[in-house]
Design a protein. Sequence first.
Length: 285
Amino acid sequence: MSNEHTFWFNEEHDYSGSSIGFRVTKKLHEEKTPFQTIAIYDTTDWGKLMTIDGCMMVSTRDNFFYHEMMSHPALYTHANPKNVVIIGGGDCGTLREVLRHKSVESAIQVEIDERVTRLAEQYFPELCESNHDPRAQLLFIDGIKWMAEAKPESLDVIIIDSTDPVGPAEGLFNAAFYATCLKALRPDGIIVQQSESPLAHLPLLTDIRNALTTAGFESLKTICFPQPCYPSGWWSGTMARKRGKLDAFREADVAAKPFATQYYNLDIHKAALAQPEFLKRAFGG
Ligand code: SAM
């Protein structure tokens, strides 16, 4: 369907020589914050679309892949996750998924730019439905600073739900930052870093893994999943564990999970642990 009332929002991705486009009817909002430029569009087929500095962040229709896969695999791998921190995550979709876990006693979201959350509340209210959960705490400060000052061995899971490693997020992708995460985690703690596209950003993905190892994490597991609005449409999260493995998880609890999901389930979790051949080779077997 195309008529004179529609146009295309295209995100050109120089790094991979590719682009992704959504047909839109209207730009609903745009503002420049002290950190970035945020825009909101109304699309013909994907609901609302948020972009940050021209990069697609979240759409109404396809955000569930990312929010579910950045939260449930790690939370069901941990034996009993109580204290969770999300760095970034301003659209609040990851926070909503974390709070579906009854074992979680506190979920702190550390987002540098309050305007992302305020616009998410306005244009993606369904992602923000858990923001007033008594276990949730929304902080609007730099995650790098927050983690550097976090109490040692106070956290079970850390989710780095950040923008790409440029601008304010650049310092979230290095060994120095991961070392502060390691210190803040309890011995069986797990970090999940959004680790970009396995196809379009493989050198960056291997850098992330190497930095996690340098920081002292014992085991790594990159899980891949579809994400239509991100470059190549195929994304990843890299889990790392302070001490212990990442292959086994609470299968019975996943099978009996008391909340609905759109993508994540027992088979998807098992499948995500399988590594494609080119990644096995890239990760040194
Ligand atoms: N799912 C998206 C992706 O993979 O690109 C990320 C969603 S969320 C909107 C990313 C958030 O990270 C943004 O709201 C941005 O403001 C936040 N962010 C970037 N650098 C940060 C930092 N140093 N501390 C806290 N939040 C940060």
